[in-house]
Ligand binder design. Sequence first.
Ligand code: PLP
Length: 437
Amino acid sequence: PGLDPDDNRRALELDRAGVFHSWSAQAELSPMVLAGGSGCRVWDYAGTEYLDFSSQLVNVNIGYQHPRVVAAIQEQAAQLVTVSPATANLARGEAAKRILEVAGEGFSRVFFTNGGADANENAIRMARLSTGRDTVLSQYRSYHGGTGAAIVATGDWRRIPNRYARGHRHFFGPFAYRSEFWSDGEEQECERALHHLERTIQAEGAGTIAAILIETIPGTAGIMPPPAGYLPGVREIADRYGIVLILDEVMAGFGRTGDWFAFHRYGVTPDLVTFAKGVNSGYVPAGGVLISPRIAERFDHDVYPGGLTYSGHPLAMAAIVATIDAMRDEGIVDNAARVGAEVIGPALHRLAEDHPSVGDVRGCGVFWAIELVADGDGAEPLDAATMAALKAELLGRGLLPFVTANRIHVVPPCVVTAQEAAEGIAIIDAALGALRL
Ligand code: PLP
């Protein structure tokens, strides 16, 4: 209602005339136009509708236009749209209280940022200041954000043209499907990955390492849930060498895995947790660091040398409060767990049986990857041209997918219904069939 189909053309023209896009060759772009959304559906100005299996950048956990969150932002805007981080304000205090509640034992304070990258910048700063050490260890298969230290902590290709921050080293995490350790299964993969981490620490100089920074479940790199013993093993190694354990839950947190935080699945308590995205589904940009008492107390009488003009911005904070309240009242985290276990997981495993190109499926909650390969044994990733054709086929059939490298990430909003999940996977099934994959 109220849409003008001609605005598709105008939006694209204005974009191409003036907007500089992230991670892109500017002259080769033709971005998708979006005008509106509700729940798990989005549409353009012509009213062409898509079922969203991407949650945009895996952040719209509560779905589009949740009325309670929209109303909370409107009410806060009417009362006070902006306030300095040095002040006290109800919205910020209530947001911190709720985040600490859903995180559980082990954390006493929250530092607010504008998103995930600056959450990691500040967690790294806290780890360096509290240990007096310099080096940050992180995984090759990782993404931690687009700014100074966060992009150099990132393991994927985006680190390489940005390598201007010092004090970073990388290691391989466990991934049995494409093992770097010649393992024959999860248990051996876990054991060897832990051995490799400990040897990396020793070889780099244990006394120089401030932090191990890990995505609890690496997301952009391929949604790779670690073997059950891996994170407890990392926790033990970090403790033995006096290293701060930072878990990056920017993508995995706030319901995505069917838990409030992914680390809850593995029985570990990190020293610092970074979050963003799902904390308020990106309705207003926000992120932050959950801080353990030991690190928070380090700055009781010493000044913390970090801050942001918009740390704890009231519109973002009001959106956090309403998001967490709505997620609790509506059982949205449980919904993600249930739809993942009862619908998405079984349907993706059937897809793997029916299509020779599906080499592996893995995940939990509403956080799944389908790995597409050129041969049935899974060695050779499907080529970029075929992946592009598959993406076009999915869009043509009304599904907004998250396609990256040789994978489809099945990452709908946490509010996805069993019917919507089945509908989306049926579209993937049909698209694979149409391309004879
Ligand atoms: N950490 C992880 C695990 C992410 O997935 C992302 C974004 O995709 C970030 C950090 C960076 O967050 P932002 O883009 O909000 O800075």
